[in-house]
Every structure is written in C-alpha cells, then in structure tokens.
Design a protein around this ligand. Structure first.
Ligand code: NOJ
Ligand code: CA
Length: 570
C-alpha cells in the first residue's frame, strides 16, 4: 500500500473549502431561462440554486457571463466589468450571489485572460488607430509576409482550425496588418507584454471579488505568452498539435504568480474571505506540466483532464490517477477531477462508444471517434466513473446535466450548430454543441422541458431531442434507479465519509480489470470488465456497501461489470 505524504504546512490548505469541494459547472446559456427568450440567464440560475443544494454541490462555476457577441458563447468577452444583457444585469448578479450565500453555495466565475472579443473597446481602438500605434501594442498585430503582405506573419494554426492570423482592413480602406488569435478570429489574443493588460485583469479580479465571488476558473491558461519574435513552428510540431512557441510558455507564469499574489493580498486585507483560482491548463498526460500551473505560487488547483482522455481500462485510469496524485502531492496540491465539461463529449456517450476500450479512440477531446454508441452501456459506465472520481482525494467538478445522465446530442443538424470549431473545420469536427443543449427540468415538451417558463415562447437556442422528458430532473427525483439519485446519494456519502479525508489514497490488490483503493475509512472498488469480479475477502471482510453505481448490488464481495462501489467498515 502506498500512503500519500504531504509537504509540511499543507494541512491548513487542505481544510479550506475548495480543497475537497464538489463544484457544479453551469453553462449559463443552457441551464435555466427565466424570462422565456430561449436563452439561459442569471435569474434562471438563481431559481434553481435549491436544486443544486439538494444535489449536494458546494458551489457553482458559471461560464463567462460578461457582455459578449457570443461568437464563442462568452469566451469572447467585450467588457469584463458587466453582465451580458441577455443573461441579466449586475443587480441580477448581486441577487444570485445573495441567494447562493443564503444556501451556503460558493460562486466562481470564469476569467478569460488570453484573448478578448473583437468587440472589446481595446480591439476597436486598435483597428481605428492603425499600424504602429500604441493601441495595437495590446494585441499581436504584425505585417504579413510575401509580396503585399498577403501571407500570415507565421505558420501557427488556430485551435479551432485554420490559420491563427486574420488580416484587417486599415482605416483608409486598404488591406492591412494581421492579428493573432489562438482560437476564433473573433477572439484576438492579448499581449501580456503590455503592462495595461496585466493591470486590467488585476482590476477585473478585484471587481468581482468585491462583489462577493469566491474564485475563478481561468480559461486557456496554457495559451498565454508567446515566443519572442513569433517564429515559425516546425511542421512536425504543428502536425502533432504541440506548438511550443505559443503553448505552455514560461512568459505565462509571470501572470499567474501575479494573480496568486493578488489573491493572497486580498485575503489578508479581507479576513474571512477564502478564494480559489483553478486553471484550465490543458496538459494531456503530462502531469509535470500540470504541476507548473498548480502550486503554491500560481493556481490553487488545475483540472486534471487525463481521465477525460483515458480509455475504459483499469490500467489507463490507474496511471492517470496515480501520476496526477503523485506529481501534485509533494507541493501539497490536491487534484481536481472532472469527467465532463462544455468542451467534451458527454461521458454517457463517450463510454458507450463501442471502441471505448481502445487507446487510439481517445486521442482528442475535440474529435471523438465515431464508433457506434450503446447508451445503456455508457450510462452504466458513467455511473461507475462518477462514483470513482467522487471517491478520489481532492475536489471535483461536475458539468450540468451529467447528474441527469444526459447523452451527447450527436445528431444536431448542421443548420443549428453554432460552435466555431464546426464551422471553421467545414463540419469535419462536430464541435461542442452536442454537450450544450439546454437542460430538461420537467417531462413536458411544450415548454422545452421546463427550460423556459411557459409554452409558446421562442424555442431554446439549441433544440432539445424529443425524448428528453425522460431525463428531466423532476422525472428522476425520488427514483432510486436514476442517475440523479445516484449523484445525490454519492455526494452525500462522500461528504459523510470523506469530509475529514481530503487527501490520501492507498492502492490495493484487485482482480484484473479493477481498481481498488482505500480512502480514509472507505474501500473503493471499480470494475471495468464485462464480468463480475470477486474482491479479496481479506479486504471486504467486515465491510458493507454504502453506495454503489449498480442498483440492487448488495454483496460486498462481488463487484458486477462496469460498477463502482464504496465499502465502509461495519
Ligand atoms: C476553453 C473553453 O473551455 C472553451 O469553451 C473556449 O472555446 C476556449 N477556451 C477559448 O476561450
Ligand atoms: Ca432568458
């Protein structure tokens, strides 16, 4: 058995609320629509907070809710100090915070530092001011290459496909300079070499901390900072999607250290505030790289995405879990687990793919394999997967709808798809709309399953499948076989047994295709295989099942296929 050890002085950090929290990600556009325009909003979220309390969430992370032309649904921010009018007002936001406080729920926002919107005042000013102006220095404007500057300044590619550069028309009407965008052309990258950029984000964090938010999820942090001179990348790196000239750059870490100092100072100046920064640092299967972001000088936490890329195999899961835990623990950082988010094919669908056990089928979140899908199988596995991550040390982030077992909507017609990655790839990459379809709350199709308040209004911004009534929260509540009740029971059981044990994991021997580990007083066992597994009687003797992903599973000695169970003494 390997016991975890932590650096001196970390025990205090492990007692902070976020160390072992279960956070719930709200995709604001798709959660609940209070005013009936077919788009989710802050008042809708406020009205549903009791549901989240009952679910057992400790708080929410809201995807960007700032004014935005919505080319990437809020990840193109036009103003970092206000609320998107379609979502509400600052007063609505304050009311949301007050209600969250009343229910003892934390609220985190999403900060997007790598880029802003093409509609941001800075970018408009940069376009108007022309080449060489101080206004352009806040972005990466460069002259094009070749005769007439018609070729982009370098060969970098956008994460959403196509070149990472777009050419502008100068104020005098001529074809002009190019600007860099790691994502869509509507999302120009900010240059953090410019002191006003860092100052702006200091003000933004403080503005929202002053309004009561408990932390931020930071977007695309590995994209911040670029190699000086913006040289061409090698063809090999481009093909491997590993352009080290604009990813995982040392320059970016200057910004994160500054943010951590700001947060630490804010907490000193505001006794009682306990704030957290969690990085969206995409570092596939490279825990050492993850550690560069999550540490005592930078982010408190960083999502471990490796499980979202792990095939349905015990060995792959064990590797992802143990490497993450063991890499972060010497710094006293607890892992942040997640299986779903607004960029990833939903787990019910992902695990139901008939090639889910094959390593090759998991090469990317953005381009899932198109193998046939068995949703019943995927649902069994997603239930087990949830219970396993809920049993791991550290904290977890759930994504709205996973507690309902929503599948990915894979057959959205091209005409309704909105994700820029779908359009920029000319439909070759399906994109992320399928995990963003609005939530079903009630079984009644006439009012978009309770997403919007009453029948007859505009339809939801993405169409819901006709059979989604069966996934509705109300339809599942009270049904012990439902996904919702598994999540409720799982989170309550986690709080009861593991609250005092935010860290520590001990691997135990188990039959092939299983993971078995101790956590505090619990034994957690997961069976990836297609047949029952018999657990070591020495481990299970004197224990009983306190929660299992398989309804009707009562024998602690036998673990059915695609099942996770937690065994407690007594
Ligand atoms: C990561 C976000 O999660 C994703 O939705 C967004 O498109 C990119 N960053 C760009 O901001
Ligand atoms: Ca609305």
């Amino acid at each position: 058995m390997t016991a975890t050890r932590f650096a001196a002085g970390t025990a205090g950090a492990h007692r902070r609320w976020w160390a072992s929290a279960a956070m719930y990600q709200i995709y604001v556009r798709s959660f609940a629509d209070a005013n009936g325009d077919g788009i989710g909003d802050l008042a809708g979220i406020r009205s549903r907070l009791p549901y989240l309390r009952e679910l057992g969430a400790d708080g929410v992370w809201l995807t960007p809710c700032f004014p935005s032309p919505q080319h990437d649904h809020g990840y193109d921010v036009a103003d970092y100090f206000d609320i998107e009018p379609a979502y509400g007002t600052l007063e609505d936001f304050d009311a949301l915070i007050a209600e969250a406080r009343r229910l003892a729920l934390r609220v985190m926002l999403d900060v997007v530092p790598n880029h802003c919107s093409r509609d941001h005042a800075w970018f408009r000013a940069a376009l108007a001011a022309g080449p060489g102006s101080p206004e352009r220095a806040r972005f990466y404007f460069r002259d094009g290459r070749g005769p007439g500057g018609t070729a982009p300044p370098n060969n970098w590619v956008s994460a959403f496909r196509g070149p990472a550069w777009t050419r502008v028309t100068e104020p005098d009407g001529t074809a002009g300079q190019w600007y860099l965008h790691t994502f869509a052309p509507e999302q120009p990258d900010l240059s953090w070499d410019h002191p006003e950029v860092a100052d702006h984000f200091d003000r933004m964090l403080t503005f929202w901390f002053d309004r009561g938010v408990d932390g931020f999820r930071a977007d695309a942090v590995t994209a911040l900072g670029k190699a000086p001179g913006l040289p061409d990348a090698s063809e090999e790196d481009l093909l491997a999607n590993r352009n080290l000239l604009c990813q995982w750059r040392p320059e970016g870490h200057v910004a994160w250290r500054r943010w951590r100092r700001l947060v630490d100072a804010y907490e000193r100046d505001h006794p009682g505030r306990d704030l957290v920064l969690v990085a969206e640092a995409y570092t596939p299967l490279q825990p050492d790289l993850l550690r560069q972001y999550a540490n005592h000088d930078e982010f408190h936490q960083a999502f471990s995405f490796d499980l979202t890329l792990a095939p349905w195999r015990a060995a792959a899961w064990r590797r992802a879990i143990s490497e993450t835990v063991e890499t972060l623990e010497p710094d006293g950082v607890l892992p942040t687990w997640t299986l779903n988010n607004h960029d990833t094919q939903r787990s019910v669908t992902r695990y139901g793919r008939l090639d889910a056990e094959r390593y090759e089928s998991w090469h990317s979140n953005l381009v899932p394999s198109d193998a046939p899908i068995d949703l019943a199988l995927g649902t069994r596995r997603a239930r087990a997967a949830f219970l396993t991550i809920a049993g791991l040390p550290g904290n977890l982030y759930l994504y709205q709808g996973e507690e309902l077992g929503l599948p990915e909507v894979v057959d959205l017609p091209a005409a309704v798809r909105q994700d820029p990655v779908f359009h920029r790839s000319e439909g070759r990459v399906p994109g992320r709309d399928g995990c963003r379809v609005p939530m079903p709350w009630r079984s009644s199709p006439a009012d978009s399953f309770g997403f919007s308040p009453s029948p007859g209004g505009p339809p939801p911004w993405l169409p819901q499948p006709a059979d989604w009534g069966r996934y509705a929260a109300l339809a599942q509540a009270g049904d012990p076989t439902s996904m919702l009740e598994l999540y409720r029971h799982g989170l309550a059981t986690r709080r009861h047994w593991l609250h005092e044990h935010p860290s520590g994991l001990g691997w135990q021997p188990g039959p092939p295709d299983t993971l078995v580990f101790t956590r505090g007083p619990l034994l957690v066992a997961m069976n990836f295989g297609p047949v029952d597994a018999r657990l070591d009687p020495a481990l299970t003797a004197g224990r009983r099942i306190v929660v299992t992903s398989r309804y009707g599973h009562t024998d602690p000695a036998v673990l059915p296929a695609d099942t996770t169970a937690w065994l407690a003494p007594g």
